[in-house]
Design a protein around this ligand. Structure first.
Ligand code: MG
Length: 198
C-alpha cells in the first residue's frame, strides 16, 4: 500500500485557471492567450524564459492577493479529509508556501497536510520530492503524485512516483497524455478510486 499522497495545488485543489489567466494577461499583454498560459506549464514554470525573476515576483504577488479569498470546494475538502485518515498528505507546488498556508487557514484545512513545499523550498519539484523522501523516510514507490500539468507529470516521473493526472485543471487530456501518467481522471471521486486500487 502507498503511504503518502502528494498534491499539486493550482488546478487540482484550487480552481485557479481563470484568475491566473486574467493576471497573466494583465502582465504579458492582451495578445497573451490561454494556450500561452498552458505552454508555460509544459515543463517546470521557472525554467521558462518568459518567467524572469521579476515576472515571477509580480505574477505571484497579484495572484496571492486573490488566492486569500478563494473558497475550497466542499467535495474537495471531504475527499482530502478521507484520504488523510489513511495516508500522509503533502503539497508540492511552484506557488509560495506562505500563500498556500493562508489559503488553508482561511478554509480551516491546516490539519489535512503534513507539509507544504512551495517555491521557498526549491524551484524544482524534483528537488522538493527528494527533500520530502529524505525528511519523511519515504521511497518513490510509497508515493502517489496528483497533478494537472504535463510539466509536473514529467518531474514526478523523473523521481519515480506514480502520477495521477486530473483533466479539470490547467491542462486538458491530450496534453496530459504526452507525459504518460499512470491514470488520467476527471473528478476527486475518481482520484480516491484509483488510489484505493493501487
Ligand atoms: Mg497545477
Amino acid at each position: 500500500m502507498k503511504k503518502a499522497i502528494i498534491f499539486d495545488f493550482d488546478g487540482v485543489i484550487c480552481d485557479s485557471f481563470e484568475i491566473s489567466y486574467k493576471i497573466s494577461k494583465e502582465f504579458f499583454g492582451d495578445d497573451f492567450t490561454e494556450e500561452n498560459l498552458r505552454e508555460l506549464l509544459d515543463g517546470n514554470v521557472f525554467q521558462n524564459p518568459k518567467i524572469t525573476k521579476q515576472a515571477a515576483e509580480k505574477l505571484f504577488k497579484a495572484y496571492n492577493e486573490k488566492l486569500k479569498y478563494f473558497e475550497m470546494e466542499k467535495m474537495v475538502e471531504e475527499s482530502l479529509e478521507k484520504l488523510a485518515e489513511k495516508y500522509s498528505l503533502f503539497v508540492i507546488s511552484s506557488n509560495q508556501e506562505e500563500s498556500i498556508k493562508t489559503y488553508f487557514q482561511n478554509n480551516n484545512c491546516t490539519h489535512i497536510f503534513k507539509e507544504i513545499l512551495g517555491a521557498e523550498t526549491h524551484q524544482s519539484k524534483v528537488a522538493k520530492f527528494q527533500h520530502l523522501f529524505e525528511k519523511y523516510q519515504l521511497k518513490a514507490g510509497d508515493c502517489v503524485f496528483v497533478t494537472d500539468t504535463l510539466g509536473d507529470i514529467l518531474e514526478g516521473k523523473e523521481v519515480g512516483v506514480e502520477v495521477i493526472a486530473v483533466d479539470f485543471g490547467f491542462h486538458k487530456r491530450d496534453r496530459l497524455e504526452k507525459g504518460e501518467p499512470f491514470k488520467i481522471v476527471s473528478s476527486f471521486n475518481e482520484i480516491l478510486e484509483v488510489i484505493a486500487s493501487i
